[in-house]
Each structure stands twice: as C-alpha cells, then as structure tokens.
Design a protein around this ligand. Sequence first.
Ligand code: PEP
Ligand code: MG
Length: 858
Amino acid sequence: MLVAPLAGWSTPLDEAPDAVFASRMMGDGVAIDPLDGVLCAPCDGEVALIAQSRHAVTVRAAGGAAILMHVGIDTVNLKGEGFTVVTREGARVRSGEALLRFDLDLLARRAPSLLTPVIVTTDSGFRLVRRVVGREVRVGDPLMDLEPERAAAGAPAGSAAGQGAVRRARVAFEHGIHARPAALLAASLKNLAADVRLRARGREANARSTVALMALGAQHGDEIEIRASGPDAALAVQALAAVLGAEAAAPPRGTVAVRAGDAASAAAAIPAVTLPALEGGGTSPAPGAKLPGVIASRGLAVGRAFHLRRPEIAVAEAGAGVAHETNAFDRARGVVRARLERRAAESGAGAGARAAGEIAAAHLELLEDPELLGAARVSLAQGRSAGFAWREAVRGAAAQLRTLADPRLRERVDDLLDLETQVLVALTGAGAASVPELPESAIVIARELLPSQLVALDPTRVAGLATAAGGATSHVSIIAAAMEIPALVALGGTALALREGAELVLDAEQGVLEVEPPPARLAEVRSVLAARRARLAAERAAAQRECRTADGTRIEVFANVGSAAEAEAAVRNGAEGCGLLRTEFLFLERDSAPDEAEQRAAYQRIADALGGRPLTIRTLDAGGDKPIAYLPQPPEENPALGLRGVRTSIANPSLLRTQLRAILGVRPLEQTRILLPMITEAAEVQLVRAMLDELRLELAVTQSVEVGVMVETPASALLADRLLAVADFLSIGTNDLTQYTLAMDRGNPQLASRLDALHPAVLRLIDTAAQAAAGQARMVAVCGGLASEPLAAPILIGLGVHELSAVGAVIPRLKACLGRVTLAECRALAREALAQPDAAAVRSLARRAMGEGGEGAR
Ligand code: PEP
Ligand code: MG
C-alpha cells in the first residue's frame, strides 16, 4: 500500500495537463493538487533518484516497486529554484518522512500546473489495483494499492548505471518514425533532464530533435538502442521505450486519423509512387504529349504554363562578426516565429487557411529543432554569416531525409526548404520580390512547391498546379485540396521543360497533364468547365432559398462544420443550420482537454456565425479512428469496437460534465441541440440526460435542450423506437453505420471502393430507424457522408429522412437535385433501392432515376 506523499486533492492522472503523464506512458498512478509544500515518502524504501533540478524524486519500495513523484508540470524549467531537498539519493526512508520542500507560491506563479503525478513506473513489475481519487488526502492517508504483475518476468529490461542508462526497444509505429511519432518521442522528454540519443540503422539521433529522429529512417519493427545520460537518464529511456513500443497494432494515439471524404485525406489515400526521373533535359514535350502524374487534388483545369522558380537568395559565407550574425539570426527567427504563430492561431476563412494553419504549427516545431539550431550555431561560432549558417544546417538535414526510402519522410524536405527560405527572407528582406505576378488561369509548374509559396499566390489566378516532384501526402497537396485547386504531382522532369505560356489541360480526374492539346480538346474542356461553372452559379444563387422538393415538401439542408469559419462559409452556401458540429476539433492535437470557458467560447463563435440557425453540438466522439493522446485509454486490440464515442465520455465523467456545462453556456440556448455519438442502448442516453438535468439545476438553466441519438450502429437502428423513448431525435451517421454493418474498416484503403453507404443492408437499417421516427412523429436526420451525395438524397428523403447535414460546398447541388423530384418519386425510388442486391445496383438505379447518366446528381 502506498500512502499520500502530499497533502492535497487527489485526482485521476488524466487530469495532469501533460500527455506523457496523462497517457500513462511512464506508469499508472494519481495526480495530487498540493495544498502544502512538503513531499514525503509514500512507503518505506530507498531514495532511488533525485532529479538534478530537484523537482522529482523516485523512491524504490522494499518490495521493488519504483514510485516517481513529479512536483508540478514543466517544473524542470525552474532549474531547482523553489525546491529544497531534505534527503539524499540512497537514503533509507520511512513512510511519511519528508523528502523535498517546495515553495508553493513560486510554483503557482511559474509553473503551468501544480498537479503532482505520483506514479508507479511501468518497469516496476507492479500494477495498481486500487487508487483514491476525487477527494482530499493528508500525508499518510492510503492512496494506492499495488500488486506484483504476474506476467512481469524478472528485472526491468533496461540497465541504469549511475547517471547513464541504456535500453533497446522495437518500433511499433506502423509507418516507422515519421513526423508525428518523432514529435511524440521528443515531447516525452520535455520534463526530463537527460541527454538522450537513439541509434538505428547505423545512424544516431538526438532524441529531442524531430528532424534527427526522422532522419534515422527507422521502420516498423526496427530495433532501437536508447542511450541516456544525466540525472533523469533512467526515466528518459523508460519514457522513450514506452512511446516506441506503445502501440502494437493501433495507430499512434494522438494522431488524427484519415477520414474518408476529407480534403486532406483524399490526398492521403492516394498511394505514394516511385518518382520518375527529375532530370528532364531541355526539350519541351511535343504538342499533344500527355504526362502522367499523381492526383494530389482532384479537378479539371485549362490554362497556360507558368514556371514558378524558387528564388535562390544569395548569402555570403563570411559573417560580419559572431555577435552581429548571431543577433541577426535570432532576430530573423523571431520574425518568422511571430508570423508562423499568427498563422497557426488563425482559424482562417475556409479549409485552405485551416490546413495552412496546421502546417504553420508544424513549421514552428522545426524552427525550434535543437539539431538544426545546434548545427547553425556551430557554423555561426566559426564565423559564418547567419544566412549561410542556417542554409547549411537546413540543407544538411534535408540531404539526410532525401536518402530515405520512405516517401512520407522525403516529403518533409519541402517543409525544411520552406523554412530555410522564410528565415533567409527575414534576414535579407528579399520577401516582396519573391511573390510573383501570375497571369490569368496559370497552371503553375514547379519542381516542387513549398507551402508558403502556395499560400502567397493569388488563388484567383491559379487554375492548377503541376509539380515534377512532390507527393500526394505532402503538405502543399493537402492545402491545394482544401483550396479546391486541381493538382498533379510527381510528373517528372519533363514538366520542367514545358514552354512558358504553353496551353495545358490539367486533368486531375484522370491523372494526366495534356501538353498543347488540339483545339477541339481545348474547346471540349472549356465547355465542360463553363457548364460546371454556370450550373454552380445558378445553384449558388438559388441556394439561399428554403429547400423544397418539386411538390413542395419541405426538407432541411444543414451543414456539418468544424469551426466558425466553416459555419460562415456554409451559411453562404445556403446551409439552414448545422446538423453536426464535430467537437473533436477542439480536443485533438493538444496536450490536455480544453476547459469549460474555451469550449463555451468556441461553441458560441459557431452559434454566432450561424446567425441564429440551429446548431447541433455532438459530444466528444473520441476513440476508434479519433484517438486522443491525453485521454486514458486501455490498449485495445480493436479500437473501432472499443471505448469510443459516448462510451469514452461515460468513462470520463468530468470531461463530459465540462462539455455539457460549456454547451449549456451558449446563448441563445434554444439555438442548440445535443447529439450523442455511438449510442447502442437507452441507458447511455439516460445517463447523459441525468447529468444534463443535474447541471441545468446547478446552473439555473430553465430551458430544456433537445438531446438526439446518432444512429451509427446496427443496434441503434434496430432499437430506434426504444431510443426515441428517451431521446428527442435521431441523426444517422452513415460512415460508421456502413462500417459496422458491412464489417469493413472505414480507414482501410483496400476496402474503400466497397465501403458504400448505398449498400441495401445499410438502407434497410436507415429505413427501420426512419419508420421508428415516423411512428413517434420525431425528426430523423442524416449527417454521415451519404448526406453529401446528391445521388443519394432522393433515396434518403424517400425513406423518410427530414434533414440532411452535408459538407457546405455541396449544399447548392443538393438543394437543386431535390427541387427536381417529388416526394412520391423519392418514395418509389427508395422502395426499389431497398430491393436491390448490392450497392452497385442501387447506384445505377439512382443514376437512371436522376437522368443524364447521373451527371445531374454529381
Ligand atoms: C458518421 O459516423 O457517419 C458520422 C457522422 O460521424 P463521424 O464521421 O464523425 O464518425
Ligand atoms: Mg461516426
């Protein structure tokens, strides 16, 4: 039994605002919010380790368990200030004996959190069987019960000798150590004072440098040697081994999984290819040539070749004095940092700006990379100019990445070169000159395009992008897809030899760049584009009207949104409300959950952007394909069938309570309704409702808020009548409903073409749910991907669906399609669809019914 080493409030470890502790990478335990500045021994034992900066102590219990007590978060940064050690390493201590005193006021002012994780480290061979949380504890009060892990065989795998430690581990990350795992590894060392190096494939890397970690080129299953020295060496090797081996089959937790249908994932889903030779020679491809490429952003364009060459910014090798150059370097980095921070913080108008913001955040991390900085500073100390030092450092790292076989890592070279240019521009003031003046309808040709180059171009003049190199998963491809600019990549060096101004058809639907095609082909493409534009303009103009079928049946067409900017864009596209706010956007890519105030403000911004139209806020849908690193999640063999959706919220009541309180804070409250993901039975709804009622009482909220159930499992479709006894409405999530009905993983690219929500089995489940809703005169919506398919809309309406919540951009199309059919036609079509043998048959039926071979519905 361990006793409380501190007086304070004991909470679950997940409350610790640090992913390394909250995700239990280093071990399981509790976190104590201290009320007093004395840390004591949690059991009889020996003081095994005192961090050099005095903020953490490890005690080894007589039975062998190692208990790490880490006072506050990020307190290593205080470098010992405010801490007084009253014991020594190796001392035998009694339970409750003082080990460390700390200045509570100073920590409260200087550390991000006082929460003190008390954990049984993972290599102890013990596991927790009971813990006391959610109450105040005094020193000596019972805190945790441990028992030996039966499976724990012998001594820990690592060896620690004095201030050094070595350990071997295997890479469990499915795609090896690419950008995100590298960031996770580096982040796990944030609180530890140790110099740590990893060795793999004959290379060595500083474990705090994401660039160096990526350059290892380590793949899934590779053995890695971890070597650490310094006061926290043992903890450091333990943390890294835990991260490296953290996930056997699952994707790295904290990564954003690819969701079919997202702009970014459309690019990511395209397999990487071997690059064709880049040495194109000087001759322009002959008129009529067709250059095959990889589709990075779908679409069709016609325009003239415009070569975008990256300006080579001249830098002198010799500097004007070490101090002068170092100052210039730090100033330039400061300018770039400020610009990137601004861009990263912008929610931006539209998905393009949002993607650019996320990429800016990644660039910020590279800007602070210790290996890059270290290399540049060595060069500066040798008398080189700031520009030369930075360029050499970046190019050295880029050269290493280029040698790797993994195309995902090679694509990160673009990011490095982009950062090189940004810092050089800040140093030399060459900025303004590097933004080119584009002609109308430019098809921008480049060897490879950098994200900052793309966002600097005038989007109204860019018809398409064509690059010789590059990959479909590169950051620039993701931005292009989000900006809806057609793009082909990996066209090979021939593209670079294209005549400036040559007429081109960029067909990013078939994957070819057509060089100076015959006039008839140009005319054909122009007329297809003109027809598309005219149709779009007419539909946009009509989109602000209420949606009605040809016979006047009112259908509500809402939008799925993820930010205030998207909500504004959706309203411009004719959205009559938001049928699904995926609140995950607030919880992903960070170290801890947003608090009530942050959530309330975000929901309020979206409610305001909707201008009084209904806002359906879905509670956090974590787990499955949306893992969140800081949420405690037991290892799961099959996360799609594990703790996800409402199950995660019920398992983390404080998280759910905070979210419900935030939703109750939105004004006017009548505008909002709540949607619960992954429901399988009424009890789950009742539980959330009970909490909601309790909170309404607590907050003196008199209005009631509608609570809806997502129908995403066959169980909820079949039990829809029972669920409606406790819920107000249904919203069908066809993405998951299809995955669970067809037993096909929605993220599996090999099954992507068969994962079709128009499968008659899925339609029959929708039919069951819609009939249940009709029987009780309740509203049933569809908010999954199928609602964004104009071809499917008449079938859904025919089945009895009242509301479609779609991607904003397709709303004009949806409204137009529904305006051409009557309810009776929709019903007849739906009946026929239910009788089809497979999804392909449903699709051809729908195409025939919509006329023009389905073109009208595309
Ligand atoms: C769905 O499953 O259809 C749905 C809308 O939820 P998500 O795609 O966020 O899982
Ligand atoms: Mg879902």
